[in-house]
Design a protein around this ligand. Structure first.
Ligand code: GTP
Ligand code: GTP
Ligand code: MG
Ligand code: MG
Lengths: 279, 286
């Protein structure tokens, strides 16, 4: 028999609550709910499937669709691209940019690719020390300049260093910044304009709630991000932020940060996240 | 946020002195949406909307109050009930322990809070017990310098409990001692054990949970874990200079039966304020 709107609505409401409790943003949840309803209303229901199963399956597909938006494989991109590949990392304060850069440097090393880090965070207390200690632990080179220097020139220096020394990848760190700071967002635009990175990765944390959408939008318009690194997925975050960010930017999640160690970095798997979210 | 939609919803009640179920339901739906958009825990949102609905329908608006004003007043009352007043603590000698998730703003807040006490005429100092994060010592040193307060760090030590003990001794002539700790979350069992051990050594007068204003639905479980591990006397909400509404802090306060002690509104040591319930609630509701 055919599925009618009324019987769907009750189930969809429950699913809406489930998505919201998993940190999917309010508007995004509504759009997904509508998408699921449209895909199901008028559909013929197979005698074996329960209405609930049909809705959950449709929701599963809708969510995976949102997440698998034009995915790109970071590893193969870097392998094939002309060297040096310049990657700039940006995001709000404390999300895990610096730690993620260290993890990626390690990952590249394991794949036989050399990298140099650049500390474009010339502002925060202890920023130089932090990235220097990572570099030391990983036995990698890092370009730093004294506090107060122009971040653009630090990253630029690193690119020149990479070109002169045949280094494969430049990993450019930047200071955490809130999208509410005009000055800092302008500074980010300038870094992008002058450095012209091959990739700009937006770093955000899986524990973030509704605000993840707002900042993804703002950063995307300031810096045209190519992909997202979602950190702190190990903190039992449901991962709704991933859905919201991908939906709003249309950009893929490239990596998941799953802990504080150098090997705690995973390739993002949309199916896995959706299965977990819906269980 | 709720601002426009609550105003719209309440417009539907404008001019009416009677509050009917249907229009209250519309208002409640808008409130739910605003609270969820502000990151308030889903269960708490349901709890709040139930009381708002029930009170709106059963309570008589006071003479001369429109239905609209009546409902708005109920919403505010219910929110104030949850959030409470700013955390009370003496302007006197005490030890404060800061804990919270990775990157929430503890180290920055330790310097802000130390400076805040300084400006009240007390001598404050910081103990950095983070043995894990690269550059933590240098970060604390620099922040302490900006706040013009002493700071005890021990880059070569690897036992946070030991550092806490030595640090409290070293800062003996400080009235207020603020103990900073490494970030940790509910699922890191060893780290939860560690903060319990640190707390046991420090015996703080005030246990503050430092929360990022943008934390989502995970706030409830995280607050619960810290409540069980060390007990939460107050919450510090950081990064309120962004667009996050801080609903997670509301959840945390509700979960731990505590209150909000300070808010962080920027990266510099002066960017700290005491908590103002009305300001917080009107910002949260949009
Ligand atoms: N549990 C967990 N912690 C993480 C993860 N990624 C980073 N962290 C921690 O989060 C905290 C902040 O990390 P940083 O790398 O300093 O973050 P950031 O974005 O560079 O911060 P700012 O430069 O200050 O904006 C540190 O304590 C990290 O160890 C992760 O995937 N899981
Ligand atoms: N805009 C803004 N940034 C803040 C605020 N509080 C802290 N930050 C920034 O947030 C980032 C993280 O702050 P930290 O003090 O290192 O956080 P933490 O909790 O000590 O981090 P871990 O020790 O790694 O767990 C830094 O970039 C700070 O400058 C605030 O109120 N507003
Ligand atoms: Mg950093
Ligand atoms: Mg810290």
């Amino acid at each position: 028999f055919v599925i009618d709107e009324e019987s769907l609505d009750g189930l969809l409401e429950e699913l809406e609550i489930a998505l919201l409790s998993s940190d999917v943003e309010v508007e995004v949840t509504r759009e997904i709910k509508d998408r699921v309803r449209d895909s199901l209303v008028g559909e013929k229901k197979h005698w074996r499937e329960s209405k609930e199963d049909l809705v959950v399956d449709a929701l599963h597909d809708a969510l995976v669709d949102v997440l698998e938006v034009d995915g790109f494989d970071f590893d193969s991109y870097v392998q094939d691209a002309e060297k040096p590949v310049v990657v700039v990392f940006t995001g709000v304060n404390g999300v895990g940019k610096t730690t993620s850069i260290a993890k990626i440097a390690e990952r590249l090393e394991n794949q036989g690719l050399s990298s140099v880090m650049a500390n474009g965070d010339t502002y925060r207390a202890g920023a130089n020390q932090q990235i220097q200690e990572h570099a030391e632990a990983l036995d990698k080179k890092v370009i730093v300049r004294e506090q107060g220097s122009d971040p653009t020139s630090v990253i630029y220096d690193a690119v020149e260093h990479a070109e002169a020394n045949d280094v494969d990848v430049v990993l450019g760190d930047t200071a955490g910044r809130l999208h509410t700071s005009d000055d800092l967002m302008k500074q980010l635009e300038k870094i992008e304009r002058v450095v012209e990175p091959d990739l700009t990765l937006f770093v955000d944390e899986a524990v973030a709630g509704q605000d993840a959408v707002e900042r993804a939008r703002e950063f995307d318009s300031a810096a045209e991000i190519d992909g997202v690194v979602l950190t702190k997925a190990d903190a039992d975050a449901q991962g709704g932020a991933a859905i919201s960010i991908s939906h709003v930017t249309g950009k893929p999640i490239v990596f998941l940060g799953t802990g504080q160690g150098y090997s705690d970095l995973e390739e993002f798997d949309a199916e896995e996240l959706v299965d977990r979210l819906l269980e | 946020g709720l601002g426009s939609s609550l105003q719209d919803a309440l417009e539907k009640l404008a001019g009416s002195s009677r509050i009917d179920e249907e229009s209250v339901e519309e208002v409640v739906k808008d409130i739910q949406r605003a609270l969820l958009q502000a990151d308030v825990d889903v269960d708490l949102v349901m709890e709040l909307s139930d009381s708002i609905r029930e009170r709106s329908l059963s309570e008589e608006p006071p003479a001369g109050t429109s239905a609209r004003e009546h409902v708005l007043h109920i919403v505010y009352e219910e929110m104030v009930e949850i959030v409470g007043d700013e955390t009370e603590f003496p302007l006197d000698s005490q030890t404060i322990l800061l804990s919270g998730l990775q990157g929430s703003g503890k180290t920055t807040s330790s310097a802000k809070i130390a400076r805040w006490f300084n400006r009240k005429g007390l001598r404050a100092g910081i103990v950095q017990t983070d043995t894990f994060r690269p550059g933590a010592h240098e970060q604390s040193r620099q922040m302490a310098e900006r706040a013009e307060v002493p700071c005890h760090v021990d880059p070569d030590a690897d036992d946070p409990v030991e550092i806490a003990r030595e640090g409290l001794e070293a800062l003996d002539d400080c009235d207020v001692k603020i103990v900073d700790t490494a970030g940790r979350h509910a699922l890191e069992a060893e780290l939860i054990d560690e903060i319990e051990a640190i707390e046991h050594e420090v015996q703080p007068d005030l246990n503050l949970l430092v929360l990022d204003a943008s934390i989502g639905q995970g706030a409830k479980d995280q607050a619960q874990a810290f409540e069980e591990a060390v007990g939460v006397d107050g919450v510090v909400i950081t990064k309120l200079d962004g667009t996050a509404k801080g609903g997670g802090a509301l959840t945390a306060v509700h979960q731990t039966d505590s209150s909000i002690a300070f808010i962080g509104v920027g990266e510099d040591v002066e960017d700290i304020e005491r908590f103002d319930p009305d300001g917080f609630i009107s910002r949260l509701l949009g």
